[in-house]
Design a binder for this molecule. Structure first.
Ligand code: SAM
Length: 347
């Protein structure tokens, strides 16, 4: 009905259709380290930026690049063209200066270096049902292929930390940990969720569990947080071994990597590791049951097609069905940052 009364407008069509322009402008600025350079000096002229980034484009195109970043709100500008001074906005200064611990650019570096190109083949992915990344040709899981290359391993781990930081902070602060003592993060990557849970809940003992190549990175993060007395890193394979017993088992962006059969298998592993009353927490871009309000969740699911071929994101109804099938008695949905939620099942 609403659709019939609304006057037609090409605005949204054009905005989404040209969406890769602003996306690529921001990703390129991050790739150049533009916000990090500017943060070091406070503000820079276009000429100083051109020299710092070794750019050879015309001045006119450099002004276009910097001024469009200003019009998006990523740079502040005083003056015009040759007389302009560019400084970071509050957001880019906080989140896109590599020298600050609050840097979240890891995921955006990976968007630029890997996913931007792979998403060029979305049509092929939909037509063939096949992954379009480094693992596209083989039968091996994407992690095995990525982790053979130290640069890709680091880039992937940093990306995971960046994309989930806000959600991990929200869960560490919002979830009531008072009834529990031990926390296991299965597929915990750099260990940041375990570290934030330990930091905000001084009674908790945490373990971050992941494949062997990730362990040195997790250990280094634990050292950096100086929480080695309450957070430990453990190597293992969650498909081929039992998960260590724990009061809480978390999986952040894990279930969406796998098909339905493997999802249920992993939920069963979590169930087996928990005591009665224990909690299983999945932290993902859970899609709303009507599949209309969380486009990010559905785009993330298409990203799983590109990355894994048969992995997919899911609704809270799906989560309820699978956790009930495995034996969990009740569930809860806790909104976290932006489009992500914690789907929680109690044993
Ligand atoms: C998409 S990442 C999510 C990382 C992190 N939990 C987060 O929320 O950002 C998936 C993680 O699962 C780990 N993983 C994949 N297969 C695994 C396996 N068989 N056993 C243990 N960890 C595995 C990967 O190494 C990676 O760290």
């Amino acid at each position: 009905m609403e659709n019939q009364m609304k006057a037609p407008s090409p605005e949204m069509i054009m905005q989404i259709g040209t969406g890769f322009w602003p996306s690529k402008i921001l990703l390129t600025a991050i790739d150049f380290g533009l916000f990090t350079h500017i943060a070091q000096k406070g503000s820079l002229s276009a000429k100083e930026i051109k020299s710092a980034l070794s750019l050879q484009c015309t001045d006119r195109h450099l002004f276009d690049f910097l001024d469009v970043l200003s019009s998006f709100g990523f740079l502040n500008r005083e003056g015009l063209l040759e007389n302009a001074q560019y400084s970071n906005s509050v957001d880019t200064d906080t989140f896109l200066d590599k020298n600050k611990p609050s840097y979240i650019g890891g995921i955006l570096e990976m968007m630029n270096n890997r996913l931007y190109g792979f998403w060029g083949n979305l049509g092929d992915a939909l037509q063939t049902g096949k992954a379009q990344n480094e693992a596209a040709k083989g039968e091996r899981p994407v992690f095995e292929v990525l982790y053979e290359n130290q640069d890709l391993l680091k880039q992937f781990v940093n990306a995971m930390t960046g994309v989930q930081m806000g959600n991990f902070m929200a869960l560490a602060q919002q979830f009531d940990f008072s009834k529990y003592n031990t926390f296991l993060d299965a597929g915990g990557s750099a260990g940041v969720l375990s570290l934030l849970v330990a930091q905000h809940n001084p009674h908790m003992q945490c373990t971050t569990f992941d494949l062997p190549p990730v362990e040195p990175i997790a250990k280094a993060t634990i050292e950096k947080f100086q929480l080695a007395n309450r957070v430990k890193a453990m190597s293992g394979d969650f498909f081929n071994q039992a998960l260590p017993k724990s009061d809480i088992v978390a999986m952040g962006n894990i279930l969406h990597d796998w098909n339905e059969e493997n999802k249920i298998h992993l939920i069963q592993k979590a169930y087996d590791a928990l005591p009665k009353g224990g909690a299983f927490i999945a932290i993902e871009a859970i899609i709303d049951n009507e599949r209309i309000k969380n486009p990010f969740g559905m785009m993330m699911s298409l990203n799983m097609l590109i990355e894994t071929s048969d992995g997919f994101d899911y609704t809270f109804d799906d989560f309820n069905k699978w956790t009930k099938q495995v034996g969990f008695t009740s569930t809860q949905l806790m909104p976290l940052a932006g489009p992500a939620s914690a789907a929680i099942a109690y044993k």
